[in-house]
Write a protein that binds this ligand. Structure first.
Ligand SMILES: N[C@@H](CC(=O)c1ccccc1NC=O)C(=O)O
Ligand SMILES: [Zn+2]
Ligand SMILES: [Zn+2]
Length: 208
């Protein structure tokens, strides 16, 4: 039996919404198939926080680990998708359902993912919610917004709570059309040496 797969990545493309002031995604052709050229090749420019991505500890801790140095186990394995729509500005502990022992948790906040516009009004996560998840044994937190913290946050409370707990982070996931429940998560960050984050091709697979 083939298990159903949900692609929960954004498509990296020109016009991809990025954090205000951050680098736009661009792709240019460096070779094109023609007489004497057997191949198409291109070069990419993009922010480490483009589309669906994994934050490295280095993003929020001056001496944190870079993305090529973090273990991959958190990004692979059983996870729980939670429908957190309606939580308001901040997801609080009381917005979470029973976790049933889940060690990876993905939070859906958008009714419809804003593929073509930067929306500053995403639902962030309270630091206390991160602490509660960590206390329950969660090792990875994912969300469909661009950040765990609000756009204006300088304190980065949720990110720092993640740092304190040694959790891993996925952001920019597309969870439209994924029913709440349990799946296998596969979301490996690109091994970019010294990087503060890296894009992931994130999928959910039906459990057996
Ligand atoms: N905190 C966000 C990203 C972030 O803060 C950011 C991403 C790209 C360019 C600038 C950013 N923040 C600047 O204050 C994140 O966790 O991905
Ligand atoms: Zn990020
Ligand atoms: Zn982040």
């Amino acid at each position: 039996m083939t298990r159903r797969v949900w692609d929960i990545s954004q498509v990296l493309r020109p016009g991809l919404p990025v954090w205000p002031g951050d680098t736009a995604f661009a792709q240019r052709r460096t070779w094109t198939i023609a007489d004497g050229t057997p191949v198409n090749v291109s070069a990419l420019t993009f922010s480490t926080h483009s589309g669906a991505h994994a934050d490295a500890p280095l993003h929020y801790q001056a001496d944190g680990a870079a993305i090529d140095a973090v273990a991959l186990d958190p990004y692979l394995g059983e996870c729980l998708v939670i429908d957190a729509r309606g939580a308001g500005d901040l997801i609080q502990p009381h917005n979470l359902p029973e976790l049933g022992g889940a060690r990876r948790v993905l939070l859906r906040t958008w009714d419809r993912f804003p593929h073509d516009t930067w929306r500053s009004d995403w639902t962030a996560i309270a630091a206390g919610t991160i602490a509660a998840l960590a206390a329950a044994g969660v090792i990875l937190i994912g969300i469909d917004g661009p950040s765990l913290d609000p756009q204006e946050s300088k304190a980065m409370d949720a990110h720092l709570a993640v740092a304190a707990a040694g959790m891993r982070i996925l952001e920019g996931l597309v969870l439209d059309g994924v029913p709440a429940g349990r799946y296998e998560l596969i979301a490996l960050p690109l091994a970019i040496a010294g990087a503060d984050a890296a894009p992931v091709r994130a999928v959910l697979r039906e459990l057996t």
